[in-house]
Design a protein around this ligand. Structure first.
Ligand code: CP
Ligand code: NVA
Length: 310
């Protein structure tokens, strides 16, 4: 556990491949213990504050349940109810909460806000999703891929749809762990170039291959994993109808799946919009592991909390 205590997790960029592997091994151990019914409580007496400026089912419940299972506690802080929502600064909030808590998880819009919070907080800050990144989801996704394939290196992961926070964090995660990843998105919705360049730089050191394209059918050739996410993320609700038309060719359906390897696995961070980015038959079909993925949020985050807070 050396070298983790007190750190933040804003993006997986800040973690080495060895550190990511350590977290995944710990997540595996924590999941095993839970399945055997053996308590693992390294966070007795520790408290995590959870600030939410956007909705959540998985992130909220897996962090809260995870803290309790680790022997600690969690406090849910809706931004509507705390003074942050009435204009108290992030810097002041960070210093006040650092006096009460042992860690802060935050879900918000701007990634800069999370960086600001981390700058002023003296306790670990965990990014529970921003418009730019969703690293906790990717830890769970990597754990899921490992469970299925036994290795990450060389696996081909194809992300279809909006070049959003999920696409960004997956590119960083894939680059760090030596995977091959292709993002297929409409021209104007390709991932942020800075993130793509960063992922490609990391890839040079790890042997990963990261690329982007607008051609979904070509991208899925030989894919081991196909991943998608909603076409309109939280905060983009008013663009939903326009995006539906633009993204129509990027639906993950049986026809697209048939172009990948015959044993391809389908991934989705959830919540899903059936009939939009994915069809009912793919989401509920034999290739889909979306609920295994959702469960792994719990185990992967318990590993992260243990590493940063104990
Ligand atoms: N995947 C995910 O982060 O889900 P929630 O929005 O429900 O937390
Ligand atoms: N891209 C989605 C992910 C939700 C977990 C969003 O930001 O709304």
């Amino acid at each position: 556990n050396d070298g983790f205590f007190g750190r933040d997790l804003l993006s997986l960029e800040d973690y080495t491949p060895d550190e990511i592997n350590y977290l995944l091994e710990l997540a595996y151990y924590i999941k095993e213990q839970r399945k055997k019914g053996i308590a693992f409580e390294p966070l007795k007496g520790k408290i995590l504050g959870m600030i939410f400026e956007k909705s959540s089912t998985r992130t909220r419940v897996s962090f809260e349940a995870g803290m309790m299972q680790l022997g600690g506690q969690a406090i849910f802080l809706s931004s509507r109810d705390i003074q942050l929502g009435r204009g108290e600064t992030i810097a002041d909030t960070a210093r006040v909460l650092s006096g009460y808590l042992d860690g802060i998880m935050i879900r918000t819009f701007s990634h800069d806000s999370v960086e600001e919070l981390a700058k002023y907080a003296s306790i670990p800050v965990i990014n529970g999703l921003t418009d730019l990144h969703h690293p906790c989801q990717v830890l769970a996704d990597l754990q899921t891929i490992l469970e299925i394939k036994g290795t990450l290196k060389g696996q081909k992961l194809v992300y279809i749809g909006d070049g959003n926070n999920m696409a960004h964090s997956l590119m960083i995660g894939a680059a760090k762990t030596g995977m091959e990843m292709v993002v297929a998105a409409p021209e104007k919705y390709l991932p942020d170039e800075k993130v793509t360049n960063k992922a490609q730089d990391i890839a040079k050191e790890t042997g990963a291959i990261i690329s982007v394209t607008t051609d979904a059918a070509e991208a899925v050739q030989n894919a081991d994993f196909i991943y998608t996410d909603v076409w309109a993320s939280m905060g983009q609700e008013e663009e939903q109808e326009v995006r539906k038309a633009i993204f129509a060719e990027y639906q993950v359906n049986d026809e697209l799946l048939a172009k990948a390897k015959s044993d391809v696995t389908f991934l989705h961070c959830l919540p899903a919009h059936r009939g939009e980015e994915v069809t009912e038959s793919v989401l509920e079909g034999k290739h889909s592991v979306v609920f295994q993925q959702a469960e792994n949020r719990l185990h992967a985050q318990k590993a992260l909390l243990t590493a940063l807070m104990s």
